[in-house]
Design a protein around this ligand. Structure first.
Ligand code: GAR
Length: 215
């Protein structure tokens, strides 16, 4: 069983999808700890409801970012965490944590990277007027949403989408691809070569999404 540590800042619906995937037996894993930077995060309720220990660690309580991320790394290591999951963690993770978990930190981002990194990926896509957007699970490196990509899901974006309507369409796919990416890790099927993530025994996708559809 793989030991997971989850970092989340807010609602925690991705955290919930991971909890549900463990409960259903889809993931052979256990969440050892939830760490949040936000005392009001609904993710805390989800942890409580599922008997998962949690820590509130606010960056303002530490002298600087390096000390903060060293403390997070320490808390994760202390619990034997093998894979770190950023499930709506709204901060750029710094070197001490990345060095403690090289290619062992996964993030979900609500856009098709490398488009629209950083905050508000869905709003950036709506404002830009793209016809296809989606979400990305990637390993975390020192950049902002720049690490090797594990899996992406594409969804159509419509001219009358709001940030919220697009976010909702994307979120559904987040809840599918994140547990799958974690499953691939647990199964030892992910290998990183430079920027590329190679997945052993993986069928290739053969469907094309065109939006608007050609009539
Ligand atoms: C998700 O859409 C996730 O992709 C996004 O925040 C939301 C968290 O929702 N993450 C980022 O934008 C990271 N830069 P959740 O708390 O319900 O999982």
């Amino acid at each position: 069983m793989t030991k997971l540590g989850v970092l989340a800042s807010g609602r925690g619906s991705n955290f919930q999808s991971i909890i549900d995937s463990i409960k259903s037996g889809y993931l052979d894993a256990r969440v050892e700890i939830l760490i949040t930077d936000n005392p009001d995060a609904y993710a805390i309720e989800r942890a409580k409801n599922n008997g998962i220990p949690f820590l509130i660690m606010k960056p303002g309580d530490y002298p600087d970012k390096d000390v903060y991320y060293s403390a997070i790394a320490g808390a994760l290591k202390e619990r034997g965490v093998e894979l770190v999951i950023l499930a709506g963690f709204m901060r750029v993770v710094k070197k001490p944590l990345i060095d403690a978990y090289p290619m062992r930190i996964m993030n979900i981002h609500p856009a098709l990277l490398p488009s629209f990194p950083g905050l508000h990926g869905q709003k950036q896509a709506v404002d830009y007027g793209v016809k296809i957007s989606g979400c990305t699970v990637h390993f975390v490196d020192e950049g902002v949403d720049t690490g090797p990509i594990i899996i992406q899901a594409a969804v159509p974006a419509y001219h009358d989408d709001t940030e919220e309507s697009l976010a909702e369409r994307i979120l559904k796919e987040e809840h599918r691809i994140f547990p799958y990416a974690i499953k691939l890790f647990i199964q030892g099927r992910l290998r990183v070569e430079g920027r590329k993530v190679i997945i052993s025994g993986q069928k290739k996708a053969d469907s094309i999404l065109i939006n608007p559809p050609i009539l």
